[in-house]
Design a protein around this ligand. Structure first.
Ligand code: UT7
Length: 325
């Protein structure tokens, strides 16, 4: 599997911490020192998950050298689909004109993109199709309680996409997924969950029905560092690599303190760890593909470079993968 292109879409509207300092009992200082976030992008009503996902896909397609008709499958990681059905992937298929693609969504909260990428890898490996479009998109602004300072300040909206292609050299050439790990713990469902949501019709949830996101921040924090560190180590071990072999690490972008503890536990120098949460906050399933599309330029990734990705989210779910560029 090799990456043909990456793409991203972030809504234009920037919401700085100062917005929350006026609206809630909080401050820029608290938000930045506890999370590392300075601002986030917030989607308009017209910028639904399917819209943002399609824009990210078109961005990747334009750089990929293939046409939409050559895409054989679309997998979208999201927990904020426009509708119960059709899936966001089907909506995106129609917008971009990928008429030869099958299309479906994967729901693994913030881990949705990595679960989807690993699934794409399996389909490419089995020879099911040649080109797969993998998207991570979320519009968390639509499912948070804007009066709850413990969650409202942390999240944002966005989409990232990658187009992956079966490697002609089989599993031994450049650009394949060297190893991965996936996990889940359904016993922890109540530390991070959204009872019910319906994001597209009104673009707002009715919080009086108790439908907004509920999070026990400290509990989630502890599980996030433990599971991401374990998963990343396992993946590197399976690949027979050490962190010295890795050009950069793309962690889930939930909290700068989580990223720092993770880097300490894995003994990775900070400059190898890519972060953008200062600008976007936590964009859930979009975190890794958006970061990947920025890291490509930041680290000038070249064929043969190894990139470690590690994600964590509601479910609980987690995953990691190391890939050769
Ligand atoms: O994508 C995966 C999902 N999410 C995550 O991975 C998030 C994981 N958790 C975290 O990132 C952190 O736990 C938070 C950023 C959510 C919270 O940071 P914390 O250092 O764990 O703070 P805390 O929850 O222990 O709260 C400390 C204090 C509390 O006040 P008291 O009880 O000490 O008086 C909170 O009520 O900070 C208060 N607080 C705030 N104060 C100002 C909570 N939110 C805010 C706020 N502004 N926005």
């Amino acid at each position: 599997m090799k990456i043909l292109a990456t793409g991203r879409y972030l809504p234009e509207k920037v919401l700085p911490n100062s917005y929350f300092a006026k609206a809630l009992e909080t401050s820029d200082e608290w938000i930045f020192s506890r999370s590392g976030i300075k601002e986030r992008r917030i989607a308009s009503e017209a910028e639904s998950s399917s819209y943002m996902g399609a824009q990210a896909a078109l961005d990747a397609l334009a750089k990929s050298g293939i046409s939409a008709e050559e895409i054989g499958m679309i997998i979208v990681g999201t927990s904020t689909s426009d509708y119960i059905f059709p899936s966001t992937a089907c909506q995106i298929q129609a917008v971009i004109g990928a008429k030869n693609a099958s299309a479906f969504d994967i729901q693994a909260a913030c881990t949705g993109f990595l679960y989807s990428l690993i699934m794409a890898h399996q389909f490419l490996k089995s020879g099911t199709c040649k080109n797969i479009l993998v998207i991570g998109v979320d519009k968390l602004s639509a499912i948070i309680d804007w009066q709850d300072r413990s969650t409202a300040v942390l999240f944002g909206d966005g989409a990232g996409a990658v187009i992956v292609q079966a490697n002609n050299n089989g599993e031994h050439g450049h650009g394949h997924l060297l190893a991965f790990d996936m996990g889940a713990d359904g016993n922890q469902e109540k530390i991070l969950y959204v009872p019910n949501c319906n994001t597209v019709r009104t673009n707002k949830i009715d919080i009086s029905n108790g439908t907004a996101m509920v999070m026990s921040g400290q509990e989630v924090f502890k599980h996030a560092v433990t599971e991401m560190a374990k998963s990343a180590k396992k993946t590197l071990e399976t690949a027979g690599l050490t962190l010295d072999d890795v050009k950069c690490v793309i962690p889930h972008q939930a909290n700068m303190r989580i990223v720092k503890v993770l880097a300490d536990r894995l003994k990775i120098p900070q400059e190898k760890v890519f972060t953008n949460l200062e600008r976007y906050g936590n964009i859930s399933a979009a975190c890794i593909p958006v970061a990947l599309s920025e890291a490509e330029k930041h680290y000038n990734l070249q064929p043969g470079d190894k990139v470690l990705m590690v994600a964590f989210g509601g479910g609980l779910t987690w995953a990691s993968a190391v890939m050769e560029w």
